[in-house]
Ligand binder design. Structure first.
Ligand SMILES: Cc1cc2nc3c(=O)[nH]c(=O)nc-3n(C[C@H](O)[C@H](O)[C@H](O)COP(=O)(O)OP(=O)(O)OC[C@H]3O[C@@H](n4cnc5c(N)ncnc54)[C@H](O)[C@@H]3O)c2cc1C
Length: 301
């Protein structure tokens, strides 16, 4: 990997966890302007309007109320917003579908607190015939993630989760989760895997393809969350009718349109809300050239 790229990636990933700086920048008008490409507004109403427009163009959407590292009242608010999102989607005649992060619903307070808030969201999802995907975060949280998701699944809740191909443990996690019928989104992984990583980007791509094969051999509902057109092309023949492609809002919209025309079901992961710092910094770490867009939106062309 280009050493300059790895350095800027490492710096951006570290900055994404600098919550004190993030809290300050998030409050500024220029900060919000800088990330509007990746974040669909501040409110549920704005996010739902974006989802309605996406539906008119042939896409489905998962909505995500941005927020990480929340506890107490902040985690309660996040959980309540996720439930309101599901209801707002149903009211707008959209498929109720949200993604949530355990750190946003109080994982730092303990597994039980996060599981309790997740169950409140899942109860609403069950009522409106919706679905909740629990995103995968840092390596240190994956065991808790799997215990919580497996328990919710055993209770018959409409829940799925995410596998990160950059983690060496991913094949055994796929076996564990798919044997319980848990729907899976496969991604490359946005967090630093530390010593548990599979290696450089080429190794992650190889791991992604091997995991895709492992998943295609199961019967769980399946999504490929990637903007990598070479990977999607390789999977297209077996994936059509069996899996959907998922892309992030504001990233490679050209590819999203092409995939639709090529016969994929395409879902756009659409985040909204005022707590956009960690999410947006991870998007820049994936492609430091995104900093150019950000600077351009701040300072004009
Ligand atoms: C729907 C969805 C959900 C996700 N959920 C999770 C999750 O729960 N946990 C997790 O760890 N990660 C998640 N991710 C992020 C994922 O792990 C990767 O970090 C991210 O998708 C970039 O990898 P890639 O597969 O697109 O491949 P890459 O090899 O990084 O990129 C492929 C192509 O897309 C372009 N591209 C990639 N990212 C960007 C960007 N930000 N801006 C502009 N162009 C870009 C690249 O330049 C390249 O041309 C999710 C991704 C998606 C699409």
């Amino acid at each position: 990997m280009n050493p300059l790229f790895s350095l800027s990636r490492a710096v951006l990933l570290r900055m994404s966890r600098a919550s004190a700086i993030g809290a300050l920048v998030q409050r500024t008008a220029w900060g919000r302007r800088a990330v509007q490409r990746f974040v669909a507004g501040n409110t549920i109403e704005e996010a739902v309007a974006v989802a309605v427009a996406a539906k008119q163009r042939g896409f489905t959407v998962t909505l995500d109320r941005l927020g990480e590292a929340s506890t107490g009242a902040a985690a309660d608010t996040y959980g309540a917003d996720a439930s309101r999102l599901l209801e707002a989607q149903a009211a707008a005649d959209l498929e109720p579908n949200v993604s949530v992060k355990l750190t946003a619903i109080g994982l730092a307070e303990g597994e039980e607190a996060a599981a309790r808030r997740l169950d409140q969201i899942l109860a609403v999802a069950a009522r409106v015939d919706g679905f909740v995907r629990v995103d995968a975060e840092h390596a240190s949280s994956l065991d808790a993630l799997h215990r919580i998701v497996l328990a919710a699944r055993a209770a018959g809740r409409p829940v799925g989760t995410v596998i990160q191909a950059n983690m060496r443990r991913a094949p055994s996690d796929v076996a564990l989760l798919t044997s319980a019928g848990v729907p899976i989104r496969l991604v490359k992984g946005a967090y630093d895997p530390g010593a548990d990583g599979v290696g450089d980007p080429a190794a992650v791509d190889a791991a992604y393809l091997a995991l895709a094969e492992q998943l295609l051999a199961t019967s769980v509902p399946l999504a490929f969350g990637t903007h990598d057109d070479r990977i999607l092309e390789q999977l297209a023949e077996r994936a059509h009718g069996r899996a959907e492609a998922q892309l992030l809002y504001g990233v490679r919209s050209d590819l999203a349109e092409r995939l639709l025309s090529a016969g994929w079901r395409v879902r756009i992961y659409t985040p909204y809300g005022p707590d956009w710092w960690p999410y947006s910094l991870r998007r820049m770490a994936e492609r430091p050239a995104n900093l150019r867009f950000v600077l351009r939106s701040l300072f004009g062309r």
